[in-house]
Design a protein around this ligand. Structure first.
Ligand code: NDP
Length: 599
């Protein structure tokens, strides 16, 4: 148990480390990739195939071929709606898992609940945390199983969708000259999808090779996403910029492969144990009775949010965080339970205890004491994405791995020859940017297209003061359009696919009903949308990490959170309450709050 004295000292250290990292430019420190940097977005995996532009009509256009689009397609097929077209800027299905093929990529949430439609496709994941090639293959399995490849537009960036009220349909335009229509559209464009680069002076001057982790250049490094050694790096000096969840997974592989690896660190990640293991076929056969995956997802959500459950099926780092907090909460007296400050205290105690363990783990693994000290994270665990890995810290014991800690300041400069850190130039052959993805930037910068609803109203304008929706699924003034995502829904961030599975079920259910009953349009009633937004804003939802957190994309890089961002939260009673509600809403069959045929 952490003593009071320790607590004060630790919190002072947290504040000190945070203050070092606060920058006036906040999120503007990052570069939106376009113009002369656009090559960082090129697809290194598949060539763009020439094709004729589409000018026809489909029943449903599914924008995004990641988990969201695939599960939506699958659920629509189950509803008997098969006139579907999937559009994605990638060269195949997979979304995140199409792009992120960096060495060591794997899911951080257990495969059993992270990989959607396992039960429907009859697939058993090979590991508790599956690696990227297996997840990409599973995406392809879903597409094949539901015959979703039949009509796909890959390497296609949607540039605009526009509602045509006269014909009650959407017009979809793309960068490949497509100009077709659809009665319905679904949008599953992903929360972390547009790679970003750090705005380090000189970034355009580097004369060596460079790429972003989401566009891994195996031609340059050798090896492959399946884990073959990157033999071409044996004589190379490589700088990796960033130490977030991506870097944590690829560092062990780079460390083994590179002549010299320079890990440029601004803020250390908290790295807890991974404890991955193979899934046993016999065990799986025993647990995989009908409805198993839904039970597992619901069990995880309940454990994560402190609902009474008898067992913890997933039992990992995510549920451990929750158990520690809820155990402390349960120990409070009834009066203290009603006091938010006591809740915060319980949370803080659980967090401090956990982070002390994570820091102690660094000392246990990393041999050089100075390096170990630099790898310790000094902030509350949920200020940044918690990471889990069994080989990351150990990689710093290899002689070729050099930690270039910048004491919170970041890489100072990039020169034609390399990186400048703490005033010293380190010459490298290659720079790998593990610098993450755009969050909190213009929605159209992230998705690449605007949505124009009734009377030419853009979604950007409609949401100027914050997101508005019914159930995080449909939006007034944007008929026949469905969002496949988590905000204003469950907002269960620790298992994004669970949100998507439910969202897709809802979208497919409404579309299926509209098609079966010959309705032309469906849209939330104004009052219903207002009431839903009011409900969403009435609670804490998923609170954003506080201003006391060290900067990162979770807290708008330490700058004040814009008012409108407070609408991107979940149901006030939490994910489990939302999942129960939305299932009842679907099952009732009258789709309360939606207006049909109001074209
Ligand atoms: P992040 O945004 O988490 O990390 C970016 C990194 O770049 C940070 O370490 C950041 O430092 C660093 N950085 C930025 N600018 C500079 C600079 N000027 N000098 C030095 N370092 C700099 O991106 P990731 O790709 O790692 O992860 C993004 C998200 O993707 C994760 O949070 C997670 O949600 C998801 N993800 C999930 C995985 C999974 O489930 N398996 C695996 C990988 C990613 P600082 O912290 O100081 O800002």
């Amino acid at each position: 148990m952490t003593t009071t004295l320790d607590k004060a000292a630790i919190k002072a250290r947290y504040a000190q480390e945070r203050d070092k990292r606060i920058r006036a430019d906040g999120n503007d420190q990052y570069i939106h990739i376009d113009d002369q940097l656009a090559h960082y977005l090129d697809d290194p995996y598949l060539p763009v195939q020439p094709r004729a532009a589409k000018t026809d009509h489909v029943t449903v256009a599914i924008i995004g071929a990641g988990f969201a689009g695939l599960v939506t397609g699958a659920r629509l097929v189950e509803q008997g709606v098969t006139d579907l077209r999937i559009i994605d800027k990638a060269g195949d299905v997979g979304g995140t898992w199409y792009w992120n093929r960096y060495p060591g990529a794997q899911c951080d949430t257990a495969s059993m609940i992270y990989m959607p439609l396992l039960e429907e496709t009859g697939y058993m994941p090979s590991e508790k945390y599956a690696h990227a090639p297996e997840i990409l293959e599973h995406c392809q399995r879903i597409a094949n199983h539901y015959d979703l490849y039949r009509d796909t537009l890959f390497h296609t960036q949607v540039t605009e969708v526009r509602w045509e009220a006269d014909a009650s349909r959407w017009r979809i335009r793309s960068n490949r000259g497509d100009d077709f229509t659809a009665q319905f559209i679904t949008m599953g464009t992903g929360p972390l999808h547009m790679p970003k680069l750090p705005g380090i002076p000189g970034i355009e001057d580097f004369q060596g090779h460079s790429f972003h982790t989401s566009r891994w250049d195996y031609d340059y490094t050798g090896g492959d996403a399946a884990g073959a050694p990157m033999e071409k790096l044996a004589d190379k000096r490589v700088a990796l910029i960033g130490t977030g969840a991506t870097a944590v997974q690829c560092v062990p592989h780079l460390a083994r492969a590179c002549g010299d690896l320079y890990v440029c660190q601004r803020t250390p990640s908290s790295v807890d144990a991974r404890e991955n293991e193979a899934i046993d076929a016999q065990w799986f056969a025993e647990i995989a009775s009908p409805g198993w995956q839904r039970r597992w997802m619901e069990n995880f959500a309940a454990n994560q949010t402190g609902k009474p459950v008898e067992e913890d099926l997933v039992n990992d780092g995510w549920t451990d965080i929750a158990h520690r907090f809820f155990a402390r909460l349960a120990a409070l007296s009834p009066e203290d339970m009603a006091n938010p400050a006591k809740w915060a205290g319980a949370w803080e105690d659980a967090d401090l205890e956990k982070m002390e363990e994570i820091r102690a783990r660094v000392d246990q693994v990393v041999q050089d004491s100075e390096t170990a000290a630099q790898l310790k994270a000094w902030y509350n665990q949920l200020c940044k994405r918690p990471c889990f890995h069994d080989a990351y810290l150990d990689a710093f014991n290899l002689p070729a791995t050099h930690l270039l800690d910048t004491d919170g300041q970041g890489v100072e400069k990039i020169t034609p020859a390399g990186v400048v850190v703490n005033g010293v130039e380190v010459a490298v052959d290659c720079i790998v940017y593990a610098s993450g993805f755009e969050v909190g930037t213009q929605r159209t910068d992230r998705t690449g297209f605007e949505v124009y609803g009734r009377n030419g109203l853009s979604l950007t304008d409609y949401w100027e003061k914050g997101m508005r929706s019914l159930h995080g699924l449909t939006v007034r003034n944007f008929p026949n359009a469905f969002l496949i995502q988590f905000s204003q829904g469950a907002n269960l961030i620790s298992n994004v696919p669970h949100n998507i599975v439910e969202s897709a079920l809802s979208a497919a259910s409404v579309i299926g009903h509209a098609v079966a009953t010959g309705r032309r349009t469906v849209e939330p009633a104004e009052g219903a949308e207002n009431a839903w937004v009011e409900l969403i804003l009435s609670g804490l939802g998923q609170t954003l990490p506080s201003a006391e957190c060290t900067p990162g994309y979770y807290n708008n890089e330490g700058q004040p959170i814009p008012e409108e961002a407070h609408s991107y939260v979940g149901h006030p009673q939490g994910p489990v309450a939302f999942f129960e509600f939305i299932q009842q809403w679907r099952d009732a069959g009258d789709y309360d709050g939606l207006e049909f045929d109001q074209a």
